[in-house]
Design a protein around this ligand. Structure first.
Ligand SMILES: Nc1nc2c(ncn2[C@@H]2O[C@H](COP(=O)(O)OP(=O)(O)O)[C@@H](O)[C@H]2O)c(=O)[nH]1
Ligand SMILES: [Mg+2]
Length: 308
């Protein structure tokens, strides 16, 4: 049987020959027009329909689903607006709560030792990891999240501290151009990091799960770490195509995983869809936010808490 390491290295060899993700959009473009939606308070000023589609992007799509599809799996984490507002506090800096880039590391033994809970973002190069982290931290003036113009640019693990609450790690991408970095850094990190509370594995919403993603999923499964699939750039595909991808991803979660949260998260760093919900989920899984179950439609059944 091939090890995960060999799978990645073989795959990288193939991918080097046909780089398929060279599309480059300016990140400034991504953030210039959307900043006002970075705060939930501005989202609340929109019509109810728009609010819902930004906060719970799946709601826009469920119309298209035939009646016999079980929709609960897509809406398991559905906190109240109050919970979402509380989570935003955690992503808002103050003199007592400093949020900033902390350090970078090229090897796991260079990674900072910290006891505070940690979450990390992994995925193919160019899938939108850094843009997503930038969107999550969009309420932090001047924070520097390096977003590459060229695929495969992030070769380091970049650590961001959110006060004393938790740490966020932006990982080097796998797939195109960065395979050995990935094996050296990410695999060891995922296997060994004691304080890692959740791994967010990003997939492009126009493409779904690709070969390299399957290997990454298998890696998370093998290490027995809890992880979540996040579909990025949901502003790009048409709704019908997006729905098809989401259903495929959900089926893969159900059939091929045991450590993955049943609900795939949907995000756009361009228009802030799903960003507020993801902030709330991160606040929750790092132990910083008790979800108010009374108002929430989520977390009621035992099946959810098992994977949270
Ligand atoms: N339309 C759209 N483009 C995005 C989004 N997120 C990222 N991008 C673009 O995708 C490219 C790769 O993003 P980046 O965050 O550097 O990916 P990374 O390599 O995974 O860190 C950049 O050109 C971004 O502008 C999104 O939500 N919507
Ligand atoms: Mg990056």
């Amino acid at each position: 049987m091939l090890t995960i390491r060999t799978c990645f290295l073989q795959l990288s060899h193939t991918l080097k020959a046909k780089p398929e993700c060279k599309r480059v959009t300016s990140v400034c473009m991504v953030h210039r027009h959307s900043h006002k939606l970075a705060s939930i308070h501005n989202v609340f000023k929109l019509s109810e329909k728009k609010q819902n589609s930004i906060i719970f992007p799946f709601k826009d799509l469920e119309w298209y689903l035939v009646k016999n599809v079980n929709k609960t799996k897509f809406q398991m984490f559905a906190p109240s607006f109050e919970d979402i507002g509380n989570a935003e506090q955690l992503f808002t800096p103050s003199h007592k709560h400093c949020i900033d880039y902390f350090t970078s590391a090229v090897r796991i033994d260079h990674a900072p030792t910290t006891a505070q809970p940690e979450v990390c973002f992994i995925g193919r190069s160019n899938v939108g990891k850094s843009s997503l982290i930038k969107a999550l931290f969009s309420l932090v003036p001047g924070i520097e999240v390096r977003v590459s113009k060229n695929p495969g640019h992030t070769k380091k693990m970049n650590f961001f501290k959110v006060g004393k609450a938790f740490t966020v790690v932006d990982m080097p991408g796998y797939g195109y151009r960065a395979p050995s970095d990935f094996v050296e850094m990410v695999e060891r990190y995922l296997e060994a990091r004691q304080n890692l509370k959740r791994t967010f594995l990003l997939l492009d919403a126009s493409i779904g799960i690709q070969e390299a993603d399957h290997i990454a999923i298998e890696m998370c499964e093998e290490f027995g770490i809890p992880f979540v699939l996040v579909l990025t750039k949901i502003d790009r595909p048409q709704q019908g195509n997006l729905l098809k991808i989401i259903l495929g991803v959900q089926e893969a979660i159900e059939k091929q995983t045991s450590g993955c949260f049943p609900q795939p998260f949907l995000v756009s760093s361009l228009n802030y869809s799903g960003i507020h919900l993801l902030r709330c989920f991160i606040a929750h899984v790092t132990g910083n936010l008790q979800i108010n179950e009374h108002n929430s439609t989520s977390l009621r059944s035992g099946v959810n808490s098992a994977k949270l």
